[in-house]
Design a protein around this ligand. Structure first.
Ligand code: ADP
Ligand code: MG
Length: 619
Protein backbone atom coordinates (compact mmCIF):
# COMPACT_ATOMS: atom_id res chain seq x y z
CA UNK A 1 0.00 0.00 0.00
CA UNK A 2 1.24 3.46 -0.87
CA UNK A 3 2.18 5.87 1.92
CA UNK A 4 -0.76 8.05 2.76
CA UNK A 5 0.42 10.29 5.59
CA UNK A 6 1.40 13.83 4.64
CA UNK A 7 2.00 17.06 6.52
CA UNK A 8 -0.88 19.50 6.48
CA UNK A 9 -0.17 22.73 4.63
CA UNK A 10 0.55 25.60 7.05
CA UNK A 11 -2.63 27.54 6.37
CA UNK A 12 -4.77 24.48 7.09
CA UNK A 13 -2.83 23.67 10.27
CA UNK A 14 -3.24 27.30 11.32
CA UNK A 15 -6.98 27.21 10.70
CA UNK A 16 -7.27 24.12 12.87
CA UNK A 17 -5.14 25.65 15.60
CA UNK A 18 -7.21 28.82 15.35
CA UNK A 19 -10.24 26.84 16.46
CA UNK A 20 -8.63 26.48 19.87
CA UNK A 21 -7.59 30.09 20.28
CA UNK A 22 -10.42 31.96 18.57
CA UNK A 23 -13.93 30.89 19.46
CA UNK A 24 -15.58 34.25 19.00
CA UNK A 25 -14.77 37.95 18.57
CA UNK A 26 -14.12 38.26 22.31
CA UNK A 27 -11.21 35.79 22.03
CA UNK A 28 -9.52 38.10 19.52
CA UNK A 29 -10.13 41.05 21.81
CA UNK A 30 -8.46 39.20 24.66
CA UNK A 31 -5.37 38.22 22.64
CA UNK A 32 -4.86 41.68 21.14
CA UNK A 33 -5.32 43.48 24.46
CA UNK A 34 -2.88 41.08 26.11
CA UNK A 35 -0.29 41.68 23.40
CA UNK A 36 -0.63 45.43 23.93
CA UNK A 37 -0.06 44.99 27.66
CA UNK A 38 2.94 42.72 27.07
CA UNK A 39 4.29 45.51 24.83
CA UNK A 40 4.21 47.80 27.91
CA UNK A 41 1.64 50.17 26.52
CA UNK A 42 0.35 52.89 28.85
CA UNK A 43 -2.62 53.65 26.63
CA UNK A 44 -4.79 51.13 24.78
CA UNK A 45 -7.79 51.76 22.57
CA UNK A 46 -10.24 49.04 21.52
CA UNK A 47 -12.47 49.75 18.55
CA UNK A 48 -15.32 47.41 17.72
CA UNK A 49 -17.78 47.42 14.83
CA UNK A 50 -20.88 45.23 14.87
CA UNK A 51 -19.87 43.45 18.03
CA UNK A 52 -16.56 42.46 16.48
CA UNK A 53 -18.06 40.69 13.48
CA UNK A 54 -16.93 43.44 11.11
CA UNK A 55 -13.97 44.95 12.95
CA UNK A 56 -11.85 44.48 16.05
CA UNK A 57 -8.99 46.93 16.31
CA UNK A 58 -6.53 47.45 19.15
CA UNK A 59 -4.22 50.45 19.11
CA UNK A 60 -1.42 50.70 21.66
CA UNK A 61 1.51 53.02 22.39
CA UNK A 62 3.80 50.14 23.38
CA UNK A 63 7.27 49.16 22.17
CA UNK A 64 6.19 48.30 18.60
CA UNK A 65 7.95 45.91 16.22
CA UNK A 66 10.67 46.15 13.61
CA UNK A 67 9.74 45.38 9.96
CA UNK A 68 11.09 41.84 10.25
CA UNK A 69 9.51 41.16 13.63
CA UNK A 70 6.18 42.41 12.32
CA UNK A 71 6.25 39.80 9.55
CA UNK A 72 7.56 37.12 11.83
CA UNK A 73 4.97 37.74 14.55
CA UNK A 74 2.31 36.06 12.41
CA UNK A 75 4.16 32.75 12.16
CA UNK A 76 3.07 29.90 14.37
CA UNK A 77 5.13 29.48 17.56
CA UNK A 78 6.70 32.86 16.91
CA UNK A 79 7.15 34.62 20.23
CA UNK A 80 9.59 37.02 21.80
CA UNK A 81 8.47 36.05 25.29
CA UNK A 82 10.07 32.68 26.01
CA UNK A 83 12.94 30.81 24.44
CA UNK A 84 13.49 27.76 26.64
CA UNK A 85 11.03 25.57 28.52
CA UNK A 86 12.13 26.72 31.95
CA UNK A 87 11.05 30.26 31.07
CA UNK A 88 7.52 28.95 31.49
CA UNK A 89 8.06 29.00 35.24
CA UNK A 90 9.17 32.62 35.36
CA UNK A 91 6.48 34.11 33.20
CA UNK A 92 5.68 37.74 33.63
CA UNK A 93 3.88 38.19 30.33
CA UNK A 94 0.33 37.31 29.31
CA UNK A 95 1.27 35.55 26.10
CA UNK A 96 3.95 32.94 25.58
CA UNK A 97 2.67 30.43 23.06
CA UNK A 98 3.22 32.50 19.95
CA UNK A 99 -0.05 31.23 18.57
CA UNK A 100 -2.49 34.10 18.79
CA UNK A 101 -1.54 36.21 15.80
CA UNK A 102 -0.92 33.12 13.63
CA UNK A 103 -4.41 31.88 14.50
CA UNK A 104 -6.09 35.21 13.93
CA UNK A 105 -4.58 35.78 10.47
CA UNK A 106 -5.66 32.27 9.45
CA UNK A 107 -9.33 33.19 9.79
CA UNK A 108 -9.56 36.94 9.14
CA UNK A 109 -8.27 39.88 7.12
CA UNK A 110 -5.66 41.67 9.19
CA UNK A 111 -3.93 45.03 8.88
CA UNK A 112 -1.07 45.84 11.21
CA UNK A 113 0.69 49.19 11.63
CA UNK A 114 3.70 49.21 13.88
CA UNK A 115 6.77 51.29 14.67
CA UNK A 116 9.56 51.01 17.24
CA UNK A 117 10.81 54.18 18.90
CA UNK A 118 14.26 53.93 17.31
CA UNK A 119 12.87 54.01 13.72
CA UNK A 120 11.40 57.08 12.10
CA UNK A 121 9.25 55.10 9.76
CA UNK A 122 7.04 52.18 10.63
CA UNK A 123 5.52 49.39 8.62
CA UNK A 124 2.06 48.50 7.31
CA UNK A 125 1.38 44.83 6.77
CA UNK A 126 -1.73 43.26 5.21
CA UNK A 127 -2.48 39.57 5.64
CA UNK A 128 -5.52 37.55 4.62
CA UNK A 129 -6.10 33.89 5.46
CA UNK A 130 -2.42 33.50 6.49
CA UNK A 131 -1.13 35.00 3.19
CA UNK A 132 0.87 38.20 3.23
CA UNK A 133 -0.83 40.54 0.76
CA UNK A 134 1.49 43.50 1.13
CA UNK A 135 4.06 45.16 3.34
CA UNK A 136 5.06 48.79 2.94
CA UNK A 137 6.69 51.59 4.87
CA UNK A 138 4.24 53.77 6.72
CA UNK A 139 4.39 56.93 8.80
CA UNK A 140 2.73 55.82 12.02
CA UNK A 141 3.00 56.72 15.68
CA UNK A 142 5.18 54.60 17.96
CA UNK A 143 3.38 51.44 18.99
CA UNK A 144 1.14 48.97 17.24
CA UNK A 145 -2.32 48.89 15.75
CA UNK A 146 -3.85 45.57 14.73
CA UNK A 147 -7.15 45.66 12.84
CA UNK A 148 -8.96 42.34 12.43
CA UNK A 149 -11.71 42.46 9.82
CA UNK A 150 -14.42 39.99 8.86
CA UNK A 151 -13.65 37.28 11.35
CA UNK A 152 -14.18 33.74 9.98
CA UNK A 153 -14.58 35.16 6.45
CA UNK A 154 -13.10 31.94 5.09
CA UNK A 155 -14.93 29.54 7.43
CA UNK A 156 -18.64 30.32 6.85
CA UNK A 157 -19.70 27.48 9.17
CA UNK A 158 -17.94 29.15 12.09
CA UNK A 159 -19.29 32.57 11.20
CA UNK A 160 -22.79 31.17 11.17
CA UNK A 161 -22.38 29.97 14.74
CA UNK A 162 -21.69 33.41 16.11
CA UNK A 163 -24.44 34.57 18.45
CA UNK A 164 -26.50 37.75 18.25
CA UNK A 165 -24.75 41.11 18.41
CA UNK A 166 -25.89 41.57 22.01
CA UNK A 167 -24.37 38.27 23.12
CA UNK A 168 -21.07 38.78 21.32
CA UNK A 169 -20.84 42.33 22.63
CA UNK A 170 -21.44 41.10 26.16
CA UNK A 171 -18.53 38.66 25.81
CA UNK A 172 -16.29 41.43 24.49
CA UNK A 173 -17.22 43.71 27.38
CA UNK A 174 -16.46 40.86 29.80
CA UNK A 175 -12.95 40.50 28.36
CA UNK A 176 -12.44 44.24 28.41
CA UNK A 177 -13.51 44.37 32.07
CA UNK A 178 -11.13 41.57 33.02
CA UNK A 179 -8.13 43.23 31.46
CA UNK A 180 -9.05 46.73 32.60
CA UNK A 181 -9.50 45.49 36.18
CA UNK A 182 -6.16 43.69 36.12
CA UNK A 183 -4.33 46.82 34.88
CA UNK A 184 -5.77 49.98 36.40
CA UNK A 185 -2.53 51.82 35.64
CA UNK A 186 -3.23 51.62 31.91
CA UNK A 187 -5.49 54.20 30.28
CA UNK A 188 -8.05 52.09 28.42
CA UNK A 189 -10.78 53.12 26.01
CA UNK A 190 -13.43 51.18 24.19
CA UNK A 191 -15.69 52.18 21.31
CA UNK A 192 -18.48 50.17 19.74
CA UNK A 193 -19.92 51.43 16.43
CA UNK A 194 -18.33 54.84 17.14
CA UNK A 195 -19.96 55.14 20.57
CA UNK A 196 -17.57 55.56 23.46
CA UNK A 197 -18.29 52.76 25.93
CA UNK A 198 -15.39 53.28 28.31
CA UNK A 199 -12.72 55.86 28.87
CA UNK A 200 -10.85 54.62 31.92
CA UNK A 201 -8.02 56.92 32.88
CA UNK A 202 -4.97 55.58 34.66
CA UNK A 203 -5.84 54.98 38.33
CA UNK A 204 -5.77 52.47 41.17
CA UNK A 205 -7.79 49.29 41.75
CA UNK A 206 -10.57 50.93 43.70
CA UNK A 207 -11.17 53.73 41.23
CA UNK A 208 -10.99 51.37 38.28
CA UNK A 209 -13.70 49.17 39.80
CA UNK A 210 -15.87 52.23 40.42
CA UNK A 211 -15.20 53.62 36.93
CA UNK A 212 -16.40 50.36 35.42
CA UNK A 213 -19.25 49.36 37.69
CA UNK A 214 -20.62 52.76 38.61
CA UNK A 215 -20.36 55.37 41.34
CA UNK A 216 -22.58 53.43 43.71
CA UNK A 217 -19.99 50.64 43.85
CA UNK A 218 -17.61 52.65 46.00
CA UNK A 219 -19.74 52.33 49.11
CA UNK A 220 -20.05 48.58 48.63
CA UNK A 221 -16.34 47.79 48.77
CA UNK A 222 -14.50 46.37 51.75
CA UNK A 223 -10.74 46.22 51.21
CA UNK A 224 -8.67 43.07 51.76
CA UNK A 225 -4.96 43.13 52.35
CA UNK A 226 -3.08 40.16 53.71
CA UNK A 227 0.31 38.64 53.05
CA UNK A 228 2.31 35.47 53.73
CA UNK A 229 5.50 34.13 52.23
CA UNK A 230 3.40 32.15 49.77
CA UNK A 231 0.94 34.74 48.57
CA UNK A 232 -0.12 38.36 48.72
CA UNK A 233 -3.87 38.98 48.72
CA UNK A 234 -5.23 42.39 47.74
CA UNK A 235 -8.53 43.68 46.55
CA UNK A 236 -12.10 44.05 47.69
CA UNK A 237 -15.22 42.16 48.55
CA UNK A 238 -18.72 43.59 48.43
CA UNK A 239 -20.33 44.12 51.80
CA UNK A 240 -22.57 41.13 52.48
CA UNK A 241 -25.80 43.08 52.09
CA UNK A 242 -24.91 43.62 48.45
CA UNK A 243 -24.76 39.91 47.69
CA UNK A 244 -26.83 39.22 44.59
CA UNK A 245 -28.94 36.39 43.33
CA UNK A 246 -27.27 36.66 39.96
CA UNK A 247 -23.60 35.92 39.56
CA UNK A 248 -22.69 39.60 39.60
CA UNK A 249 -19.11 40.73 39.96
CA UNK A 250 -16.74 37.92 40.85
CA UNK A 251 -13.15 38.32 39.78
CA UNK A 252 -9.94 36.56 40.66
CA UNK A 253 -6.62 37.73 39.30
CA UNK A 254 -3.30 36.00 39.73
CA UNK A 255 -0.25 38.08 38.88
CA UNK A 256 -2.47 40.49 36.88
CA UNK A 257 -4.11 37.71 34.94
CA UNK A 258 -7.85 37.02 35.23
CA UNK A 259 -8.49 33.43 36.24
CA UNK A 260 -11.45 31.19 36.93
CA UNK A 261 -11.17 29.06 40.00
CA UNK A 262 -14.20 27.25 41.40
CA UNK A 263 -11.99 26.10 44.27
CA UNK A 264 -10.98 29.59 45.39
CA UNK A 265 -14.50 30.84 44.77
CA UNK A 266 -15.66 28.25 47.25
CA UNK A 267 -13.26 29.58 49.85
CA UNK A 268 -14.71 33.11 49.50
CA UNK A 269 -18.25 31.75 49.69
CA UNK A 270 -17.27 29.93 52.88
CA UNK A 271 -15.95 33.16 54.37
CA UNK A 272 -19.36 34.75 53.74
CA UNK A 273 -21.25 31.84 55.21
CA UNK A 274 -23.95 32.95 57.62
CA UNK A 275 -23.56 36.55 56.54
CA UNK A 276 -25.53 36.45 53.33
CA UNK A 277 -28.93 35.06 52.45
CA UNK A 278 -29.13 31.63 50.95
CA UNK A 279 -28.97 31.55 47.17
CA UNK A 280 -27.22 34.89 46.99
CA UNK A 281 -23.62 35.17 45.93
CA UNK A 282 -20.92 37.46 47.24
CA UNK A 283 -19.21 39.95 44.93
CA UNK A 284 -15.43 40.21 44.93
CA UNK A 285 -12.35 41.52 43.15
CA UNK A 286 -9.43 39.57 44.51
CA UNK A 287 -5.87 40.05 43.35
CA UNK A 288 -3.33 37.36 44.24
CA UNK A 289 0.39 37.76 43.81
CA UNK A 290 2.29 34.48 43.77
CA UNK A 291 5.81 33.52 42.77
CA UNK A 292 5.41 32.25 39.15
CA UNK A 293 7.49 29.21 40.15
CA UNK A 294 4.52 28.04 42.28
CA UNK A 295 2.09 28.40 39.44
CA UNK A 296 1.31 26.55 36.23
CA UNK A 297 -0.72 28.60 33.79
CA UNK A 298 -0.03 26.22 31.00
CA UNK A 299 -2.96 23.87 31.42
CA UNK A 300 -5.62 25.63 29.39
CA UNK A 301 -5.31 26.96 25.84
CA UNK A 302 -7.06 30.19 26.63
CA UNK A 303 -5.30 30.40 29.96
CA UNK A 304 -8.11 31.25 32.34
CA UNK A 305 -7.38 28.25 34.52
CA UNK A 306 -4.22 27.88 36.52
CA UNK A 307 -2.76 25.22 38.77
CA UNK A 308 -1.44 26.27 42.13
CA UNK A 309 1.35 24.48 43.86
CA UNK A 310 -0.09 24.88 47.38
CA UNK A 311 -3.76 24.98 46.60
CA UNK A 312 -5.02 23.93 49.99
CA UNK A 313 -2.98 26.47 51.94
CA UNK A 314 -4.12 29.15 49.54
CA UNK A 315 -7.76 28.17 50.11
CA UNK A 316 -7.47 28.46 53.88
CA UNK A 317 -5.50 31.67 53.75
CA UNK A 318 -7.92 33.35 51.38
CA UNK A 319 -10.89 32.37 53.49
CA UNK A 320 -9.41 33.82 56.65
CA UNK A 321 -8.26 36.95 54.80
CA UNK A 322 -11.82 37.64 53.64
CA UNK A 323 -13.27 36.88 57.07
CA UNK A 324 -10.72 39.11 58.71
CA UNK A 325 -11.62 42.04 56.44
CA UNK A 326 -15.32 41.65 57.00
CA UNK A 327 -14.74 41.63 60.74
CA UNK A 328 -12.21 44.44 60.75
CA UNK A 329 -14.44 46.79 58.81
CA UNK A 330 -17.36 46.18 61.14
CA UNK A 331 -19.41 44.77 58.39
CA UNK A 332 -20.82 42.04 60.53
CA UNK A 333 -23.24 44.04 62.71
CA UNK A 334 -24.76 45.55 59.56
CA UNK A 335 -25.76 42.14 58.41
CA UNK A 336 -28.88 41.94 60.42
CA UNK A 337 -31.01 42.49 57.36
CA UNK A 338 -33.83 40.36 58.66
CA UNK A 339 -34.12 42.28 61.91
CA UNK A 340 -37.59 43.12 63.01
CA UNK A 341 -37.93 46.88 62.49
CA UNK A 342 -40.30 47.04 65.46
CA UNK A 343 -37.39 46.22 67.72
CA UNK A 344 -35.67 49.47 66.85
CA UNK A 345 -37.27 51.61 69.50
CA UNK A 346 -37.28 55.35 69.02
CA UNK A 347 -34.75 56.95 71.32
CA UNK A 348 -37.41 58.65 73.42
CA UNK A 349 -38.75 55.31 74.53
CA UNK A 350 -35.43 53.84 75.49
CA UNK A 351 -35.08 55.38 78.90
CA UNK A 352 -38.71 55.18 79.89
CA UNK A 353 -39.67 52.95 82.75
CA UNK A 354 -41.83 50.01 81.74
CA UNK A 355 -45.49 50.36 82.67
CA UNK A 356 -48.18 47.71 82.97
CA UNK A 357 -50.13 47.78 79.70
CA UNK A 358 -53.77 48.61 79.98
CA UNK A 359 -56.02 46.04 78.34
CA UNK A 360 -59.55 46.85 77.36
CA UNK A 361 -61.84 43.88 76.94
CA UNK A 362 -64.99 44.04 74.86
CA UNK A 363 -67.00 41.37 76.56
CA UNK A 364 -69.73 41.27 73.99
CA UNK A 365 -67.33 40.66 71.12
CA UNK A 366 -67.92 37.55 69.03
CA UNK A 367 -65.31 37.02 66.32
CA UNK A 368 -67.67 35.00 64.18
CA UNK A 369 -70.55 37.40 63.83
CA UNK A 370 -70.62 38.88 60.37
CA UNK A 371 -71.04 42.49 61.48
CA UNK A 372 -67.56 42.50 62.90
CA UNK A 373 -66.07 41.66 59.54
CA UNK A 374 -68.02 44.21 57.62
CA UNK A 375 -66.39 47.45 56.75
CA UNK A 376 -62.91 45.96 56.64
CA UNK A 377 -62.33 47.18 53.16
CA UNK A 378 -58.62 47.51 52.62
CA UNK A 379 -56.11 45.60 54.72
CA UNK A 380 -57.63 43.23 57.21
CA UNK A 381 -56.41 43.69 60.72
CA UNK A 382 -56.78 40.34 62.35
CA UNK A 383 -59.01 40.83 65.38
CA UNK A 384 -57.52 39.83 68.67
CA UNK A 385 -59.95 37.42 70.37
CA UNK A 386 -61.35 39.24 73.33
CA UNK A 387 -63.94 36.71 74.41
CA UNK A 388 -63.99 35.96 78.08
CA UNK A 389 -64.55 32.42 79.43
CA UNK A 390 -68.05 33.27 80.52
CA UNK A 391 -69.02 33.83 76.92
CA UNK A 392 -67.48 30.69 75.48
CA UNK A 393 -70.80 29.29 74.28
CA UNK A 394 -71.00 32.21 71.89
CA UNK A 395 -68.12 30.79 69.93
CA UNK A 396 -70.15 27.75 69.03
CA UNK A 397 -73.12 29.76 68.02
CA UNK A 398 -71.05 31.63 65.49
CA UNK A 399 -69.45 28.50 64.27
CA UNK A 400 -72.79 26.92 63.54
CA UNK A 401 -73.70 29.85 61.43
CA UNK A 402 -70.36 29.77 59.61
CA UNK A 403 -70.75 26.06 58.89
CA UNK A 404 -74.13 26.59 57.42
CA UNK A 405 -72.67 29.25 55.17
CA UNK A 406 -69.88 26.99 53.92
CA UNK A 407 -72.32 24.20 53.25
CA UNK A 408 -74.50 26.42 51.14
CA UNK A 409 -71.40 27.44 49.23
CA UNK A 410 -70.62 23.84 48.54
CA UNK A 411 -73.94 23.52 46.84
CA UNK A 412 -73.55 26.67 44.84
CA UNK A 413 -70.17 25.67 43.44
CA UNK A 414 -70.69 22.88 40.93
CA UNK A 415 -67.19 21.45 40.83
CA UNK A 416 -66.82 18.15 39.07
CA UNK A 417 -63.16 17.63 39.49
CA UNK A 418 -60.96 19.48 41.91
CA UNK A 419 -57.89 18.99 39.79
CA UNK A 420 -59.65 20.57 36.86
CA UNK A 421 -57.84 23.63 35.63
CA UNK A 422 -61.07 25.44 34.84
CA UNK A 423 -61.97 25.24 38.49
CA UNK A 424 -63.18 28.77 38.90
CA UNK A 425 -63.60 29.68 35.29
CA UNK A 426 -67.33 29.95 34.83
CA UNK A 427 -69.19 32.77 36.47
CA UNK A 428 -71.20 30.61 38.79
CA UNK A 429 -68.00 29.03 40.03
CA UNK A 430 -66.86 32.28 41.52
CA UNK A 431 -65.72 31.92 45.06
CA UNK A 432 -67.46 34.65 46.92
CA UNK A 433 -65.45 36.78 49.26
CA UNK A 434 -66.87 35.26 52.39
CA UNK A 435 -65.81 31.72 51.48
CA UNK A 436 -62.08 32.33 51.63
CA UNK A 437 -59.70 33.26 54.40
CA UNK A 438 -56.02 33.91 54.72
CA UNK A 439 -53.70 31.61 56.61
CA UNK A 440 -50.36 32.81 57.98
CA UNK A 441 -50.64 35.79 55.61
CA UNK A 442 -49.36 33.43 52.97
CA UNK A 443 -52.09 31.08 51.87
CA UNK A 444 -55.63 31.65 50.78
CA UNK A 445 -57.86 28.83 51.89
CA UNK A 446 -61.26 28.31 50.36
CA UNK A 447 -63.86 25.55 50.42
CA UNK A 448 -64.72 23.88 47.15
CA UNK A 449 -67.35 21.29 46.50
CA UNK A 450 -65.19 18.27 47.09
CA UNK A 451 -62.91 19.66 49.77
CA UNK A 452 -60.70 22.68 50.20
CA UNK A 453 -58.18 24.49 48.09
CA UNK A 454 -55.08 26.14 49.51
CA UNK A 455 -53.52 28.76 47.26
CA UNK A 456 -50.08 30.29 47.65
CA UNK A 457 -50.97 33.97 47.26
CA UNK A 458 -47.57 35.12 45.99
CA UNK A 459 -47.29 32.47 43.32
CA UNK A 460 -50.88 32.98 42.24
CA UNK A 461 -50.27 36.68 41.77
CA UNK A 462 -47.03 35.99 39.89
CA UNK A 463 -48.93 33.79 37.45
CA UNK A 464 -51.65 36.42 36.92
CA UNK A 465 -49.16 39.23 36.34
CA UNK A 466 -46.93 37.05 34.20
CA UNK A 467 -49.70 36.22 31.76
CA UNK A 468 -50.85 39.81 31.73
CA UNK A 469 -47.40 41.19 30.98
CA UNK A 470 -46.67 38.55 28.39
CA UNK A 471 -49.90 39.40 26.60
CA UNK A 472 -49.26 43.12 26.83
CA UNK A 473 -45.73 42.84 25.55
CA UNK A 474 -46.76 40.58 22.70
CA UNK A 475 -49.70 42.65 21.55
CA UNK A 476 -47.78 45.91 21.91
CA UNK A 477 -50.80 47.45 23.57
CA UNK A 478 -49.69 48.63 26.94
CA UNK A 479 -49.95 52.24 27.80
CA UNK A 480 -48.19 53.43 30.91
CA UNK A 481 -48.53 56.25 33.37
CA UNK A 482 -46.82 59.43 32.27
CA UNK A 483 -44.60 60.84 35.03
CA UNK A 484 -44.73 64.53 35.81
CA UNK A 485 -40.99 64.62 36.39
CA UNK A 486 -38.87 62.02 34.63
CA UNK A 487 -37.13 59.60 36.96
CA UNK A 488 -33.37 59.78 36.74
CA UNK A 489 -31.37 56.60 37.21
CA UNK A 490 -27.58 56.58 37.25
CA UNK A 491 -26.19 53.31 35.91
CA UNK A 492 -22.87 52.32 34.44
CA UNK A 493 -22.07 52.32 30.74
CA UNK A 494 -22.30 48.57 30.35
CA UNK A 495 -25.69 48.43 31.99
CA UNK A 496 -26.92 51.23 29.75
CA UNK A 497 -25.67 49.28 26.73
CA UNK A 498 -27.55 46.20 27.91
CA UNK A 499 -30.65 48.21 28.58
CA UNK A 500 -30.61 49.53 25.04
CA UNK A 501 -30.80 45.92 23.89
CA UNK A 502 -34.14 45.41 25.65
CA UNK A 503 -35.46 48.96 25.22
CA UNK A 504 -38.10 48.04 22.65
CA UNK A 505 -39.57 45.38 24.87
CA UNK A 506 -39.56 47.69 27.86
CA UNK A 507 -41.47 50.26 25.85
CA UNK A 508 -44.01 47.64 24.88
CA UNK A 509 -44.45 46.81 28.55
CA UNK A 510 -45.35 50.42 29.30
CA UNK A 511 -42.03 52.11 30.00
CA UNK A 512 -41.06 55.35 28.26
CA UNK A 513 -37.61 56.93 28.12
CA UNK A 514 -37.19 60.63 27.51
CA UNK A 515 -33.42 60.40 27.26
CA UNK A 516 -30.61 57.89 27.63
CA UNK A 517 -27.20 59.36 28.25
CA UNK A 518 -23.83 57.74 28.78
CA UNK A 519 -24.59 56.75 32.36
CA UNK A 520 -28.01 58.21 33.07
CA UNK A 521 -31.44 56.98 32.20
CA UNK A 522 -34.44 59.33 32.17
CA UNK A 523 -37.69 57.43 32.58
CA UNK A 524 -40.79 59.39 31.60
CA UNK A 525 -43.40 56.65 31.68
CA UNK A 526 -43.85 53.50 33.74
CA UNK A 527 -46.34 50.62 33.55
CA UNK A 528 -49.56 51.17 35.51
CA UNK A 529 -48.92 48.34 37.92
CA UNK A 530 -45.60 49.72 39.04
CA UNK A 531 -44.97 52.15 41.82
CA UNK A 532 -42.42 54.90 41.12
CA UNK A 533 -40.39 53.78 44.12
CA UNK A 534 -39.95 50.30 42.69
CA UNK A 535 -38.57 51.40 39.35
CA UNK A 536 -34.90 51.60 40.26
CA UNK A 537 -34.68 48.15 41.82
CA UNK A 538 -36.79 46.73 39.02
CA UNK A 539 -34.51 48.07 36.32
CA UNK A 540 -31.46 46.82 38.19
CA UNK A 541 -32.96 43.37 38.55
CA UNK A 542 -33.78 43.37 34.88
CA UNK A 543 -30.24 44.21 33.88
CA UNK A 544 -28.93 41.44 36.11
CA UNK A 545 -31.36 39.02 34.51
CA UNK A 546 -30.29 40.04 31.03
CA UNK A 547 -26.67 39.43 32.00
CA UNK A 548 -27.40 35.91 33.16
CA UNK A 549 -29.76 35.25 30.31
CA UNK A 550 -27.16 36.11 27.75
CA UNK A 551 -24.78 33.72 29.35
CA UNK A 552 -26.81 30.72 30.20
CA UNK A 553 -30.50 30.62 29.57
CA UNK A 554 -32.72 30.27 26.57
CA UNK A 555 -35.60 32.52 27.48
CA UNK A 556 -36.76 35.11 25.05
CA UNK A 557 -36.35 38.71 26.11
CA UNK A 558 -40.13 39.04 26.41
CA UNK A 559 -40.43 36.10 28.76
CA UNK A 560 -37.54 37.41 30.76
CA UNK A 561 -39.12 40.80 31.10
CA UNK A 562 -42.49 39.36 32.07
CA UNK A 563 -40.82 37.11 34.63
CA UNK A 564 -38.84 39.88 36.24
CA UNK A 565 -41.81 42.21 36.37
CA UNK A 566 -44.14 39.61 37.83
CA UNK A 567 -41.63 38.49 40.40
CA UNK A 568 -40.97 41.90 41.80
CA UNK A 569 -44.54 43.14 41.63
CA UNK A 570 -46.45 40.16 42.96
CA UNK A 571 -47.79 40.35 46.51
CA UNK A 572 -45.41 38.64 48.84
CA UNK A 573 -46.18 36.33 51.72
CA UNK A 574 -46.73 38.45 54.77
CA UNK A 575 -49.07 40.79 52.92
CA UNK A 576 -52.52 40.93 54.41
CA UNK A 577 -55.28 40.56 51.82
CA UNK A 578 -58.86 41.35 52.64
CA UNK A 579 -61.59 38.96 51.58
CA UNK A 580 -62.45 41.04 48.55
CA UNK A 581 -58.85 41.01 47.37
CA UNK A 582 -58.67 37.29 47.98
CA UNK A 583 -61.74 36.78 45.81
CA UNK A 584 -60.29 38.85 42.98
CA UNK A 585 -57.02 36.97 43.17
CA UNK A 586 -58.76 33.58 43.02
CA UNK A 587 -60.92 34.60 40.09
CA UNK A 588 -58.01 36.11 38.18
CA UNK A 589 -55.91 33.03 38.83
CA UNK A 590 -58.45 30.69 37.34
CA UNK A 591 -58.87 32.93 34.35
CA UNK A 592 -55.20 32.22 33.54
CA UNK A 593 -54.25 29.66 30.95
CA UNK A 594 -51.93 27.87 33.39
CA UNK A 595 -53.31 28.39 36.89
CA UNK A 596 -51.55 25.40 38.38
CA UNK A 597 -47.90 26.27 38.00
CA UNK A 598 -46.15 29.55 38.73
CA UNK A 599 -43.95 31.11 36.02
CA UNK A 600 -41.03 29.66 37.99
CA UNK A 601 -42.41 26.14 37.85
CA UNK A 602 -43.67 25.94 41.37
CA UNK A 603 -47.12 24.62 42.28
CA UNK A 604 -49.62 27.40 42.97
CA UNK A 605 -52.30 25.51 44.86
CA UNK A 606 -53.12 22.18 46.39
CA UNK A 607 -56.51 20.67 47.03
CA UNK A 608 -57.57 18.27 49.74
CA UNK A 609 -60.66 16.15 49.22
CA UNK A 610 -63.34 15.56 51.81
CA UNK A 611 -63.03 11.86 50.94
CA UNK A 612 -59.49 11.89 52.28
CA UNK A 613 -60.69 13.33 55.55
CA UNK A 614 -63.50 10.82 55.68
CA UNK A 615 -60.95 8.06 55.40
CA UNK A 616 -58.81 9.58 58.13
CA UNK A 617 -61.76 9.98 60.47
CA UNK A 618 -62.68 6.36 59.92
CA UNK A 619 -59.36 5.16 61.32
P1 ADP B 1 2.64 35.55 22.17
O1 ADP B 1 1.96 36.74 22.71
O2 ADP B 1 2.21 34.29 22.81
O3 ADP B 1 4.12 35.70 22.15
P2 ADP B 1 1.39 36.31 19.72
O4 ADP B 1 1.05 35.55 18.52
O5 ADP B 1 0.28 36.94 20.46
O6 ADP B 1 2.19 35.36 20.68
O7 ADP B 1 2.42 37.43 19.34
C1 ADP B 1 3.64 37.06 18.73
C2 ADP B 1 4.70 38.07 19.00
O8 ADP B 1 4.40 39.28 18.31
C3 ADP B 1 4.84 38.47 20.45
O9 ADP B 1 5.69 37.59 21.15
C4 ADP B 1 5.42 39.88 20.34
O10 ADP B 1 6.81 39.82 20.23
C5 ADP B 1 4.85 40.38 19.03
N1 ADP B 1 3.70 41.27 19.24
C6 ADP B 1 2.41 40.95 19.11
N2 ADP B 1 1.60 42.01 19.37
C7 ADP B 1 2.41 43.03 19.68
C8 ADP B 1 2.19 44.41 20.04
N3 ADP B 1 0.96 44.91 20.16
N4 ADP B 1 3.29 45.18 20.27
C9 ADP B 1 4.52 44.66 20.17
N5 ADP B 1 4.79 43.39 19.84
C10 ADP B 1 3.77 42.58 19.58
MG1 MG C 1 -0.06 37.13 22.57
Amino acid sequence: MADIIKLLPDHVANQIAAGEVVQRPASVVKELLENAIDAQASEIKLIIKNSGKTLIQVIDNGVGMSDTDARFSFERHATSKISVAKDLFQLSTKGFRGEALASIVAIAQVEMHTRVASNNVGTLLKIEGSKIISQEASAVPKGTSVAVKNLFFNIPARRKFLKSDAVELRHIIDEFHRIALAHPEIHMKMYNNDNEFFNLTSSNYRKRIVDIFGKKTNAKLVPIKEETTLVKVNGFVYKPNFAKRSRGEQFFFVNHRFIKSPYLHHSVVEAFKGLIKEQTRPGYFIYLTIDPANLDINIHPTKTEVKFENEHTLYTFLKSAVKHSLGQFHVVPMLDFEANPNLNLPYAYKNKAATVPHIEVDKSFNPFTKEEHKGTKKSVSIPVPKSSPSHWEGIYEGLKEENAKIESDFESIPFEDTANQTLFKEKENKVTASTSFQLKRKYIVSPIKSGIIVIDQGRAHQRILYEKFLKDIKTEKTSGQQLLFPLQLVLNTTDIALLLEIKDNLEQAGFGFSDIKEDTLYISKIPFLINEKEVQSLIEQLIDKVKIDIKESHFSQKELLAKTLCKSLAVKSGTVLNTEEQGVLINDLFACTEPKISPFNQPIYITTLVEEWNKKFMQ
